[in-house]
Design a protein around this ligand. Sequence first.
Ligand code: UFG
Length: 341
Amino acid sequence: MKILVTGGLGFIGSHTVVALLEKGYDVCIIDNLSNSSIDVLEGIAKITQKIPQFFNFDLRNQEKVEAFFKEHHDLAGVIHFAASKAVGESVENPLLYYENNNNALVYMLKNISQLNQKNFIFSSSCTVYGEADTLPITEGAAIKKAESPYGNTKQIGEDIIRDTCNAVSDLKAISLRYFNPIGAHSSTEIGELPIGTPQNLVPYITQTAIGQRDELSIFGDDYPTEDGTCIRDYIHVVDLAEAHVVALERLLQSEKKASYEVFNLGTGKGSSVKEVVSAFEKVSGQELNHTIAPRRPGDVVAAYADTEKAQDVLGWQTKLTLEDALESAWKWQLKLKEADA
Ligand code: UFG
């Protein structure tokens, strides 16, 4: 069975491609390399001994999308990762985000009607919940007004898919709302490759520990949490990748009753920024230079997943810990340094 993975050379995409290949699926990837590297293909091949088909084009090109689907009507499913994901950049360049994240999604869904099997999985985010009223966050929690154009593209994306499922009777789709994906594959062949200065906590930590950054700024220690720093649900990217295979199989086996479903993907455990720093110091044996800085605009105080629906309905739960994820992220950073030397 052949599965299309858009953005398959990106951070979560590449780990999902590995999980699919290891399960015996054929994979083809569309990626425009805007935030990824062609070397990732080699990493995937080293881990799996398989080379997925690769197509380098931009999904904003409607003609190319149409031509691709015309040639590949035998696809059994589509996992759509390709999107822009930097919150700050989305504030500066909102149209890039609406075009890249929403126009491309529309072109994908328009053309999915050409497929014999219309199974679609969408990368969504816990950002759709904003500052949730109650914790842990269930899938039924209110969708708050988005804090950024990026967040809005995820909300709109979910709406586009829901509406399309209502209109196209044989389209089945699942949106997966990720909490905070971190870590790397245990082989250290693939991992996160942030371009420029990392905006996310864990790559900033590992780059600081390796000496690429002077110190980590902890954004605010006066939040109403036990140690004053924000709380997030950090999920190992390998667990997250596995969840995509499980969700795909749910669609393929047509077990699901509704044509559109959403699931939270998290560990269910919240960790503060200070806890992440301590856990990193423990697993890496490195003391991390850090300082307390002002709050970062747009940050919510706390977000962690209610994992019951994913457990009950998908039969999926995380297996790896925060420490496992931080250790793998550190090993990946060491490998990148070695490759650079
Ligand atoms: N943090 C720091 N210092 C840093 C980087 C982050 O203290 O240098 C803190 C943040 O303030 C936050 C926590 O670490 O409290 C996690 O921050 P990340 O940037 O790693 O992740 P976010 O929780 O901000 O990201 C999540 C989702 C994104 C989504 C975003 C929207 O993973 O997909 O929420 O706010 F875009």
